[in-house]
Write a protein that binds this ligand. Structure first.
Ligand code: UDP
Length: 252
């Protein structure tokens, strides 16, 4: 990078830089992969490029159905221009099929369809290992208001319905996903909009026919071919054309 930009925040998979105008930021997608709260780390070459592209694709589609989000536009292979929001310190998880921590907590076999979609909240705090929290905690500790919780739940269900259909159309089951929200201030009024990213880093995506995992569980569980899984998701969504550097091989 030639120009010196002010770094606002560096997370595990992304960096936020000051944007060109007030109220904007640049979101840079790194190749770093982390799991189990940073205990497992690797560089997955090309991951940032794929996630930038997949997240852009999904956010544009969501915007077109009225789910407002922070994306303004993608700038290049690794960066997007976004609206600056005040991030609500919660990870909102939505599940359709039992997997991961839900399977462990309740002894449900991975792959068992849930009777209905389930939404959970986790506190965004790595030091505390992102504990699951109840609405009571969220309002008592002022992480979000009751109205904001309602808004986040309604938006998450819309994202779930839309993404479930989008992925089903390309032979992928949306098992679960995590989203984050931010407050966009307009005068004295704060509106909750979707922020962060939606990518194979934050979703469980299984091939509908074979149940093959095409997401970050390939990394968490040492299954190999992580980038190939992500690339397959991008390929099926029809967004591979502008990705010259990523591997286009299959998973087998
Ligand atoms: N997830 C995420 N970031 C986190 C924790 C979870 O993006 O810090 C996503 C994860 O990829 C999955 C969903 O949220 O799609 C549910 O994850 P789960 O609670 O099962 O936790 P895990 O088994 O990943 O620890």
């Amino acid at each position: 990078m030639t120009t010196r930009r002010k770094k606002i925040y560096e997370g595990k998979a992304k960096i936020l830089y000051e944007g060109p105008e007030p109220g904007t930021l640049i979101q840079y997608f790194k190749d770093d992969a982390t799991a189990f709260n940073d205990q497992k780390k690797a560089i997955l070459e090309g991951k940032g490029v794929i996630n930038n592209r997949i997240s852009e694709y999904v956010m544009i589609k969501l915007n077109s159905i009225g789910v407002q989000n922070h994306l303004i536009r993608r700038l290049n292979l690794r960066e997007q221009l976004i609206r600056e929001v005040e991030i609500i310190p919660l990870e909102v998880v939505c599940r359709n099929v039992a997997a991961g921590s839900l399977s462990q907590r309740f002894g449900l076999p991975e792959g068992q369809a849930l009777p209905r979609s389930v939404i959970e909240f986790y506190l965004k705090d790595d030091k505390l290992n992102n504990p699951m929290v109840a609405e009571e905690h969220i309002t008592a500790f002022n992480w979000a208001s009751t109205q904001e919780i309602d808004d986040m739940m309604a938006l998450t269900l819309r994202v779930n319905d839309f993404l479930t259909g989008l992925f089903a159309g390309v032979g992928i089951t949306l098992v679960d996903f995590k989203v984050e929200f931010g407050r966009l201030y307009e005068n004295d009024f704060a509106r909750v909009i979707l922020a962060d990213e939606i990518s194979p880093d934050s979703c469980r995506l299984w091939d509908t026919q074979t149940n093959e995992k095409l997401d970050k569980d390939r990394f968490r569980r040492d299954m190999g071919d992580v980038i190939e899984g992500y690339t397959e998701v991008a390929r099926r969504l029809g967004i591979m054309k502008e990705m010259p550097t990523v591997i286009q091989g299959g998973l087998h």
